[in-house]
Design a protein around this ligand. Sequence first.
Ligand SMILES: Cc1ncc(COP(=O)(O)O)c(C=O)c1O
Length: 404
Amino acid sequence: MNTEWRIDTRIIHGNQGPDPQTGAISQSIIPAVAYAFPDTETAAAVVCGEAEGVYYGRYGNPTSRTLELKIAALEGGEDALGVSSGMAAISIALLGFLQQGDHVLVTKDVYGGTYSFLTSLAPRFGITFDFVDCTDVQCLIEAIKPNTKAVYIETPSNPKLTILDIEAITEACQARQLPVIVDNTFMSPCLQNPLALGADVVVHSATKYINGHGDVLAGFIIGKKDMIQFMRKKLMGDLGQQLNAWDAFLILRGMKTMGLRVERHCANAQKVAEFLESHPSIEQVFYPGLESHPQYQLAQRQMKGMGGIVSFEVKGGLQQGKKLINSLQLAMISFSLGDPETLVQHPASMTHASIPQEERLKFGITDGLIRISVGLEDAEDIIADFAQALLNIREDAHVESNIG
Ligand SMILES: Cc1ncc(COP(=O)(O)O)c(C=O)c1O
């Protein structure tokens, strides 16, 4: 790969060329489970990681390997591991650093699945955790315990779009030999590269922007070669969380347009966020591209684009929020994000329902909060949809106040 290439070229050509036998430009799907070796020495070298190669489908396949090398290069890591979902990537990354008796510090306001893993599954294996406000690095440092073995952050966070200073956090953690794991899902490798900012490990839900078409569940872990090798053999392999060849092929295909898609998601999200912020029925908008965002300056410095997710609170809280969501005609009510379609959801009852209300409020996830994954449609049509839904709830409120 030409190391001078810029991101859009690397997304298309990086670690991927025509098939040497057929000349096929699109990647072949190789679903084989078993692979033949010329002799036992070569087989042994591949199994122990001394030689590059694939030996059994539960540890990877040639199609997912092409994708892993591409993702590793895009994130600036030594190696990457492709797994069956974003949660597989998160759980493998955490279990790669933690064992019985260990403690992990986690930024508050993380994805609901991560919260659920830490609060319900990890304690069964003797792993403890604390959620801390990582916007304040001092607060993070003070929360470190003698048995703290890792720090886990998500920036921008889901769903509040809190931005954390990756460089400041990794600097503080490096001084204390604490590895930092960053969930980079909301940014994709196009907009933020945490390893370049000092992080040790990056995880992605490739279900979102990386694949970008809402038809694959997948995840990636990116970091040092030895660590990835350990996770491949001892975690993914033993737990059986591999990425299959067909899904790897779909991601390789979907990724070709990632640069273009992400650019459009960002442009549309900025317009939608500005529209909502100027609307009289909206209480507050959370989008790092708005000057009103508490970490606006940091976001401008750290991120190459502000992403496609906008969260907001409508005046009148939960009831008005629900009415608004139900009045949308173009945007769909759905759990996922990063798809071509604009998707809307209510975190308190959907993606973050596993977090008890009291905890949710500590994370700033109010009952009235709504999250939009702004799609690739014409921004004017997305805005028109929200405008009609807002008009609808305003008229309802007017009628109700006349009745009352
Ligand atoms: C920030 C973030 N990380 C991880 C995940 C989990 O990804 P997956 O659904 O692919 O397991 C999600 C899912 O929404 C997410 O939003």
